[in-house]
Design a protein around this ligand. Structure first.
Ligand SMILES: Nc1ncnc2c1ncn2[C@@H]1O[C@H](COP(=O)(O)OP(=O)(O)OP(=O)(O)O)[C@@H](O)[C@H]1O
Length: 246
C-alpha cells in the first residue's frame, strides 16, 4: 500500500487528565483536499498540531510521505507546509525579511525565493506590505503572510488550521485556487475550517470530528447517503445531521 500523503493511525492525545483526541485515524492521498470539520473543542487543532509534530501523541502515529513525524521530525518537516490557527509573526521583522529567514531555514535559493514571493505577494495583494513590520499587519494580512511562508518551499503536504478565517473574499478565492492547483499537481491538503459553504465547493473529502473522534468521513455524496438525505442538501445540513446522529 502507498505511504505517500498523510497517514494518521490511532492518535490519542491527552492534556493532563483531559483526552482531547481519542483514536483519530485518517488518510489523505496525494491529489486530495481533505477538510476536517467539527464543533468548537472537537479536537481539530489538536489533531493538526499532532500531525505536524508540534504535539507528541500518547499513542498512535503519523506518516508524512512515508516518514514518521515523531521519529524523524526534521525529515518529515521538509515535506510539510503548516499554517497555525492563530497567526503569530516576528513583530520586528519586515515581511520581506521574514520570507528571507524562512528561505534560509528551508534552503531556498535567492532567485527562486524572489520569483515565488513575487508570485504570492501579488496573488494575495500583499505587495505594498513587503517592507512593513509583521507587528504592524492586520490579522488577515498576517495570516496571508504566514500562508505564503508555508508555500515558499513548495511542500508536498499542506496542513492548514482555519487559514481563511481572517481573509477577505478576494484572497479566499486566490487561496482556494492555490489549493486546487496544489492538489492537481499531486500535492496533499488537510484543512480545518468552520466555513462549510466554502469547504463544500473545494474539498474532495470531508471528515467530521466530535469529542475527539472522527464520526463520519467521505465525499459529500457519501455523507449525504450516510444521513439518508434526498435531493439538494448542503454540507452544513449534512454536518448538523451527522452531529445529531440522524
Ligand atoms: N493546551 C491545552 N490544555 C488543556 N486542554 C486543551 C489544550 N488545548 C486544547 N485543549 C482541549 O482539548 C479539546 C480539543 O481542543 P482543540 O483546540 O483541539 O479543538 P478544536 O476542534 O480545534 O476547537 P475550535 O474549533 O474551537 O478551534 C478541548 O476540550 C480543549 O479545551
Amino acid at each position: 500500500m502507498s505511504t505517500t500523503g498523510i497517514i494518521v493511525e490511532g492518535l490519542v492525545k491527552r492534556y493532563g487528565g483531559k483526552t482531547a483526541i481519542n483514536g483519530v485515524s485518517l488518510r489523505v492521498e496525494p491529489g486530495e483536499i481533505y477538510a476536517l470539520l467539527g464543533p468548537n473543542g472537537a479536537g481539530k487543532t489538536t489533531t493538526l498540531k499532532t500531525i505536524v509534530g508540534l504535539l507528541r501523541p500518547d499513542s498512535g502515529y503519523v506518516l508524512i510521505d512515508g516518514v514518521n513525524v515523531h521519529a524523524d521530525r526534521a525529515r518529515a518537516l521538509r515535506n510539510i507546509g503548516y499554517v497555525p490557527e492563530n497567526p503569530v509573526g516576528f513583530d520586528y521583522l519586515r515581511v520581506r525579511e521574514f520570507f528571507e529567514f524562512v528561505a534560509s531555514l528551508r534552503g531556498i535559493p535567492r532567485d527562486v525565493l524572489s520569483e515565488r514571493t513575487e508570485k504570492y505577494l501579488q496573488l494575495f495583494q500583499l505587495e505594498k506590505f513587503e517592507d512593513s513590520f509583521m507587528g504592524e499587519l492586520s490579522k488577515g494580512n498576517l495570516q496571508k503572510v504566514l500562508v505564503v511562508s508555508a508555500l515558499l518551499h513548495e511542500p508536498k503536504v499542506l496542513v492548514l488550521d482555519e487559514p481563511m478565517s481572517g481573509m477577505d473574499p478576494e484572497s479566499q478565492i486566490a487561496f482556494k485556487e492555490v489549493l486546487r492547483e496544489h492538489a492537481v499537481k499531486g500535492g496533499t491538503v488537510l484543512i480545518s475550517s468552520h466555513m462549510l459553504d466554502t469547504v463544500e465547493r473545494f474539498a474532495t473529502r470531508v471528515g467530521i470530528i466530535a469529542d475527539g473522534k472522527i464520526i463520519a468521513e467521505g465525499t459529500l455524496e457519501e455523507l449525504k447517503r450516510k444521513v439518508e438525505a434526498r435531493g439538494d442538501i448542503t454540507l452544513e445540513q449534512v454536518f448538523l445531521r451527522v452531529l445529531k446522529g440522524v
